[in-house]
Design a protein around this ligand. Structure first.
Ligand SMILES: Nc1nc2c(c(=O)[nH]1)N[C@H]1C(S)=C(S)[C@@H](COP(=O)(O)O)O[C@H]1N2
Ligand SMILES: [Mo]
Length: 155
């Protein structure tokens, strides 16, 4: 099955399967994300759990969320999202389906409106297959304005 690759400036790079995500400690699990956002469903693991597993180096300032499937990428300051970002990975006891943004959908609570600020709804990347940690801002091809945004959604 698809693995979530976690690499860059970390002490312990990892490749996590669905089973690995299920096995994160209960303190990092969110059983029902609809309690956070009624528009979202399924269960999630807190980014904090991932950070504990891979141990980003002191120099890390950015996390880049990659979806190679449709070549969509967002790079955001780690400090601003670390306590409010989660990875939705499961729904109805199975791996999150592609139609729901699976295998992993990144989700940042209290996001801003699209392209209004660095942490915006567009950073809630779907089809995530890699998280990369770095000192400098990484690859980011989120839409910059309304026109680009519309074009993306027309797809
Ligand atoms: N992989 C991927 N993730 C993505 C996008 C995309 O085109 N590809 N669009 C982003 C944008 S611009 C927004 S506003 C939200 C939209 O989420 P929704 O499709 O669930 O409404 O997903 C974000 N995540
Ligand atoms: Mo967006």
């Amino acid at each position: 099955m698809t693995k979530l690759v976690i690499d860059g400036d970390v002490e312990r790079p990892a490749q996590l399967t669905y089973a690995d995500l299920c096995q994160f400690d209960a303190s990092f699990q969110i059983a029902d994300v609809s309690q956070i956002d009624p528009k979202r469903a399924g269960s999630a693991v807190r980014l904090e759990g991932i950070l504990q597993r891979v141990a980003p180096r002191e120099t890390v300032k950015y996390i880049t969320i990659h979806a190679s499937q449709d070549d969509f990428h967002a790079s955001v300051p780690l400090a601003e999202i670390r306590d409010r970002a989660i990875l939705i990975y499961s729904q109805k006891g199975a791996a999150l389906e592609a139609k729901s943004g699976g295998p992993v959908r990144f989700y940042i609570r209290d996001f801003g409106a699209c392209h209004s600020q660095e942490i915006d709804e567009c950073a809630n990347v779907k089809f995530v297959d890699r998280l990369e940690f770095s000192a400098e801002k990484g690859l980011d091809n989120r839409p910059h304005d309304g026109a680009e945004h519309e074009a993306l959604h027309r797809g």
